[in-house]
Every structure is written in C-alpha cells, then in structure tokens.
Design a binder for this molecule. Structure first.
Ligand SMILES: C[S@@+](CC[C@H](N)C(=O)[O-])C[C@H]1O[C@@H](n2cnc3c(N)ncnc32)[C@H](O)[C@@H]1O
Length: 165
C-alpha cells in the first residue's frame, strides 16, 4: 500500500498543487479478493493530501465491496474489480511501459496523453508484458539503476513537463 500511495503522490502532486490533468490507476492483485482497481481523477479529487495515511483511507474505502461496475467512493476516487487488461483498456492508448533497459527517455519520442505503466517491487509477469506488447507499447528506460516506483514516476513527470506533453 505504501508503494502505491507514494506512486500516486508522485503522479498527482507538485509542490503546492495537484496535477488536475492526471489520472492514476492502481491495480491490487494480492489477497483476499483480487483484482481490485482504484482510479483517481485529478480534476475531481477533493480531499487528497500529501500525507499518505489520509490517502490510504480513501483507497481503503474504494476497495470495500467492489464490483465489476466502477463506483465513485469519494470525489475523484473510484473502485472496481478490474483485470490488468481491462484496466489498460479503461485508461487507453498510447501505452508506455517504464522498464530498466528500455529506450532511453532522453532519446525517446513520447506520445501525448499516454498511459504510463510501472510495476511495484515485483516486475510485471510475462502475460502482463504480452498484454502491453499486444497494445503496441513503447518500453522506456529512465537510467542505469533500478529506482523506486515513485522516483521513476517523478522522472517521467519532469520529462513530460519539460516537453509540455
Ligand atoms: C523497484 S522497480 C522494479 C523492480 C526491479 N526490477 C528490481 O530489480 O528490483 C519499480 C518500477 O519502477 C520503474 N523503474 C525503476 N527503475 C527504472 C529504470 N531505470 N528505467 C525504467 N523504469 C524503471 C519500472 O516500472 C519498475 O518496474
């Protein structure tokens, strides 16, 4: 949960504001009742804080009694039972997958309005990578070392800001 909440903060927050144009999808595949998908819409969020403990409460509420039909459990926070592939298709193309060894971000041509995919401390499975390949993914490298997910997201956000994408 900490990894997910820190990743969401890196995607959504700047020093004194929220990135309202950002949409975050968190996919939880652990027990007891996977898959659970929590979607955060920057422009609708009302009580989102830099403090991950209060955001954990928002996410926990979205995880309760989830069904396949998405439900808004607090402003800008949506919960559902959604698989990896369905989550990709809900967020939509173009897809960019951050992975060590991918095309160097400094040389890559980045699509506008893309869905960026990051793993947590476990790499994506072969089947998940195949789902991305089937959707024409660009595999993006961010540097020579394996970084924490939130730090990887901050690098991507900075590059998108620089290019105004
Ligand atoms: C902690 S890393 C994943 C685990 C990592 N493969 C390991 O050896 O422990 C979390 C995620 O951040 C992204 N990431 C971290 N470092 C990266 C890099 N140098 N280039 C591209 N993506 C990176 C990837 O999405 C990665 O799956």
């Amino acid at each position: 949960m900490d990894i997910l909440l820190n990743a969401a903060n890196a995607a959504l927050l700047v020093a004194h504001d929220l990135r309202r144009e950002v949409e975050v999808g968190l996919l939880l595949l652990g027990p007891p009742d996977p898959p659970r998908f929590v979607r955060l819409e920057g422009f609708r969020l009302r009580s989102y804080q830099p403090d991950i403990r209060s955001n954990a409460a928002l996410v926990r509420r979205a995880l309760q009694d989830a069904s396949r039909i998405e439900r808004e459990t607090s402003p800008g926070v949506f919960g559902s039972k959604t698989t990896f592939e369905e989550a990709l298709d809900r967020l939509g193309p173009a897809f960019v997958y951050a992975k060590e060894g991918g095309t160097d971000i400094r040389q890559a041509s980045l699509p506008a309005d893309a869905t960026f995919v990051f793993s947590d401390n476990q790499d994506l499975t072969q089947a998940e990578e195949q789902a991305l390949t089937d959707r024409g993914v660009l595999v993006l490298g961010l540097g020579p070392l394996a970084l924490h997910t939130d730090h990887a997201i901050a690098i991507v956000q900075n590059e998108l800001d620089r290019r105004q994408l």
